[in-house]
Design a protein around this ligand. Structure first.
Ligand code: FEO
Length: 404
């Protein structure tokens, strides 16, 4: 795909990764894009690069606008591999360019490359770069997504180049929100935003709120928000800011996710009875069998719902391996403001339900106890108990949700 003008000589020159489905272990069912931007001014400036195996596409796109030798500045907002590993190709073509990045970025970059021959200027929040008629303001955003991260604001054009923040893993011929919605839907775009936030930015909600407030305090009023992945927000940049603030506040649907796995279908039968109880109590639920669902999708569904029930058979006195993997992933993401219950089938001693509760308490989540475990295969009476457990959980979710 060739370069696309974002606004007044600011061009998207990135690459679409239509085929990627495993993004460092994170499932990307829509693919992704590596967005970077060329600002054509008296001193041409490239903001970010792309993943190494897409560098040829980036260079071709730059050549569609200008000779890459003309680049005078390279801004590196974030040094994760998907954004920085095209920089050696750029510095080969424009060896005299100055790289602008945070000090933590510089320290990281020298772990990837021999930077001794590159001219690097380290920048802090409030520093600027004048490149002709345009000037670029830097704002450090540590931990959004890595300690090195910052964003760049083209002041005259009100374009915020935001690296990972406000992005989505979407491969599309559409570059802008209005184009994407015209051929897909608002719901699909929102789902991709939630998926990205839940799997990547969930631990950093309070930092996100602080940074959005800082954007306001600095007097920035972005009319276009251009992330390094997915769709650029030009029709409604306020939408993504509102979504991020809502998610950072821990907003959730009054709904339930039931995430389970099963060995001989006993925990599955419990799941079905519990789901009926939840539904009959007036709450909708999504039922997710972990072995048949990518972990990242399960986490997204966990994040969307105010309440989650986790069903695990006991295997060798402990939690089932897929559930253990899910809990480990969840522990790292440090979710807040959710209520969790647990259930599962046991053969003899049990252990899985207890372990699920221990883990979610360690995370700091609200729990609905006691959970329910039952021996071998659910009888008719056991299924009634499961149904009642589902009803009780739904009531707990309603009560807990009312606090937000
Ligand atoms: Fe898209 Fe943190 O890299």
């Amino acid at each position: 795909m060739k370069a696309v003008e974002v606004r007044n000589g600011i061009y998207w020159v990135g690459a679409i990764d239509w085929a990627v489905r495993d993004f460092h272990g994170y499932e990307t069912p829509r693919g992704t894009s590596y967005n970077n931007y060329l600002i054509a001014d008296e001193e041409p400036t490239l903001v970010d690069t792309v993943k190494y195996d897409f560098a040829d596409l980036m260079i071709k796109n730059i050549k569609g606008i200008m000779d890459p030798k003309a680049i005078k500045h390279v801004i590196i907002n974030h040094i994760e591999n998907d954004h920085v590993t095209g920089i050696d190709r750029i510095m080969h073509l424009a060896p005299g360019a100055t790289i602008h990045m945070t000090e933590r970025g510089r320290k990281g970059l020298e772990r990837f490359y021999d930077i001794s021959g590159w001219h690097i200027r380290t920048v802090k929040t409030g520093d600027t770069l004048r490149i002709g008629r345009k000037s670029i303001l830097f704002l450090e955003t540590p931990m959004l997504h890595w300690p090195d991260s910052m964003v760049s604001y083209v002041q005259e054009d009100k374009v915020l180049i935001s690296q990972d923040a406000f992005g989505q893993h979407i491969a599309s011929s559409s570059r802008f929100d209005d184009e994407f919605v015209a051929c897909s839907s608002v719901a699909d775009l929102e789902d991709a935003v939630i998926d990205y936030y839940a799997n990547i930015l969930m631990p950093f909600g309070s930092l996100i709120k602080g940074k959005i407030a800082e954007i306001g305090k600095l007097g920035l009023d972005p009319e276009i928000i251009a992330p390094d992945h997915g769709i650029i927000w030009r029709a409604d940049p306020g939408k993504i800011l509102r979504m991020y603030l809502d998610m950072a506040e821990g907003k959730a649907d009054l709904s339930v996710a039931i995430i389970y796995d099963t060995m001989w279908h006993s925990t599955e039968r419990m799941t079905q009875a519990i789901a009926r109880g939840v539904k009959d109590s007036g709450i909708e639920s999504r039922v997710i069998k972990l072995r048949a669902t990518p972990m990242s999708v399960a986490v997204k569904e966990f994040w969307k719902a105010r309440g989650t029930l986790i069903g695990s058979p006991t295997l060798n006195n402990i939690v089932f391996p897929t559930i253990a993997q899910f809990l480990t992933y969840l522990r790292g993401l440090r979710p807040k403001n959710r209520v969790v219950g647990a259930f599962g089938s046991i053969g003899w001693g049990g252990g899985a339900v207890k372990e699920v509760y221990e883990t979610v308490k360690q995370i700091g989540l609200e729990t609905h106890e006691p959970g329910i475990d039952l021996l071998y295969r659910p009888s008719f009476e056991d299924e009634e108990r499961c149904y009642e457990f589902g009803c009780g959980f739904a009531e707990k979710v309603k009560e807990y949700h009312a606090k937000f």
